[in-house]
Design a protein around this ligand. Structure first.
Ligand code: NAD
Length: 484
């Protein structure tokens, strides 16, 4: 089945591109082109922003009641629920996410986000009256922020689109989505479902393209807010543009999270947990806990068990349901990970598993061998920089204070875990690590609660009422009405 497309989704329908530029979607497993779609240019972005602007300034959407918008998003959610397997497959085809992970996180989790935002929107204080401090009561309203530019990365494309588009449209905003050039296909399926659900024209517009196209969208005077997920380097650039223009901006950026294994942890359960939290999506996850911290006394036990557990993980064709680690998204990502594996050795870390070269039995595809570094000092670059692949560093600590110090010795602050049979000790550690999210013996993002980063991991929060609030402007109306 061909996944080729020749249009963008603009103004509620399929729109011809302004240029003949093409994006080739290449399978990271077969290295073959699996689809060709138009590549968005500044002219296409201009058309999409104009459609979103018109829908916001003149269309019904921002003027509808929250209940009316909720009903449309409910219809979309119902249709999305019927396409989970197709969506997961598309994402595996375009970026190589193992199907076992894709069928958990690449489409069911985005659908759960939609449902969660619907629940939040039904109870959200869109307009509330509170007693004033001076005169009459004050009416406090959440109004839509305007036209939103939503820019997701390739690693979890639908996950990072839903966390922006759904709260934005529930709030009454209109949106231009610019999918990453590696992953345009899932967004086309989403566009079909939006149309079928009856989302009015111009409320969501989709133009895939690269960095320059993204930057044109960010700087566009017709855009009121930018919601971005991606690298810290790009986030900095985007924040600078938004700062200059005083544009609202929220940024979900990189991470280098630490998993602290306390001596009383159940080792077998911890290793099972770490295999997921450290290596999900083949290590291409912002929340991946790639620094494993173990006490000096317990270091060899943790290292040996981790090496044994990871060595058994199946690496290969992402379409195989048994595969746990698939290819890297692109050849440049494979090369980047290989450079870090070489760098770790130069820095004096010891390869306890893996190393450079293709995994056994594979002769094509952008694979790397799952690699575990031992004897890592937290100041090494492999412990400080985001590698974005299946490469783990096991770092020794002296005591719990030292573990917390090492976990916090990072420019990032996105996620982390502690593994222990003592819940109280776990919560104590959780409170001391400076990250936006944390797990005790688990790491599952809960869409009812805010998600985001401290430090260089971002600005703002997604999910929960806080994530919906990022797409609203607050207005206070002072009244001289009698208090009710
Ligand atoms: P990236 O920053 O290269 O690109 C992300 C998106 O931004 C893409 O759509 C890209 O085309 C666009 N882009 C890049 N430069 C831009 C610019 N100057 N102006 C406008 N748009 C621009 O990141 P990536 O390689 O696609 O994704 C991996 C990164 O994303 C990792 O750093 C990862 O940690 C991060 N990430 C963070 C989260 C989170 O929630 N915190 C979630 C997933 C991924």
């Amino acid at each position: 089945m061909s996944h080729d497309r020749d249009t963008f989704f603009i103004g509620g329908g399929w729109a011809a591109p302004a240029s003949t530029d093409v994006l080739e979607v290449v399978s990271p497993h077969s290295e073959q082109v699996v689809a060709r779609v138009p590549e968005g240019t500044p002219a296409d972005i201009d058309a999409a922003v104009a459609a979103a602007r018109k829908a916001f300034d003149e269309g019904p959407w921002p003027r509808m009641s929250p209940e009316e918008r909720i009903a449309v998003v409910e219809a979309f959610s119902g249709l999305y629920a019927g396409k989970l397997a197709e969506m997961a497959d598309l994402i595996t085809i375009e970026m190589g996410s193992p199907t076992s992970f894709a069928n958990l996180a690449q489409s069911p989790a985005p659908w759960m986000q939609i449902e969660s935002f619907l629940t939040i929107a039904r109870e959200f204080p869109w307009e509330a009256t509170r007693p004033g401090a001076l005169g009459g009561p004050v009416v406090v309203r959440h109004e839509p922020v305007g036209v939103v530019a939503a820019i997701p990365p390739w690693n979890v494309p639908q996950f990072t689109i839903m966390s922006k588009v759904i709260p934005a449209i529930l709030a009454g905003c209109t949106v231009v989505v610019k999918p990453a050039p590696e992953t345009p296909l899932d967004a086309y399926l989403m566009a079909e479902l939006l149309m079928e659900a009856g989302v009015p024209e111009g409320v969501v517009n989709i133009v895939a393209g690269g960095r320059e196209t993204g930057e044109h969208l960010v700087s566009h005077p017709g855009v009121d807010k930018v919601a971005f997920t991606g690298s810290t380097a790009a986030g900095r650039k985007i924040a600078a543009i938004c700062g200059e223009q005083l544009k609202r901006v929220s940024l979900e950026l990189g991470g280098k999270s630490a998993a602290i294994v306390l001596d009383d942890a159940d080792l077998a359960a911890t290793i099972e947990g770490l295999k997921f939290t450290a290596l999900m999506n083949s290590g291409q996850a912002c929340v991946a806990q790639t620094r494993i911290l173990a006490s000096r006394a317990n270091y060899d036990n943790v290292l040996d068990a981790l090496v044994e557990g990871v060595a058994k993980m199946q690496v290969g064709d992402p379409m195989d349901p048994a595969t746990e680690i698939g290819p890297m998204v692109a050849q440049r990502q494979q090369e980047r990970v290989e450079k870090y594996i070489a760098l770790g050795q130069e820095e004096g870390a010891r390869v306890a598993l893996g190393g450079n070269g293709m995994p056994e039995g594979l002769d094509h595809g952008w694979y790397v061998r799952p690699t575990i570094f031992a004897d890592v000092d937290n100041r090494m670059r492999i412990a400080q920089e985001e590698i974005f692949g299946p490469v783990l560093s096991v770092i020794p600590f002296d005591d719990v204070d030292d573990a917390v110090r090492i976990a916090n010795d990072s420019e990032y602050g996105l996620a982390g875990t502690v593994w222990t049979t003592d819940d109280k000790a776990g919560l104590d550690v959780a409170r001391r690590v400076r990250t936006g999210t944390y797990g005790v013996n688990t790491y599952t993002m809960d869409f009812a609660a805010p998600f985001g980063g401290f430090k260089n991991s971002g600005v703002g929060r997604e999910f929960g009422p806080e994530g919906l609030g990022q797409f609203t402007e607050l207005k206070s109306i002072y009244t001289s009405l009698p208090a009710t």
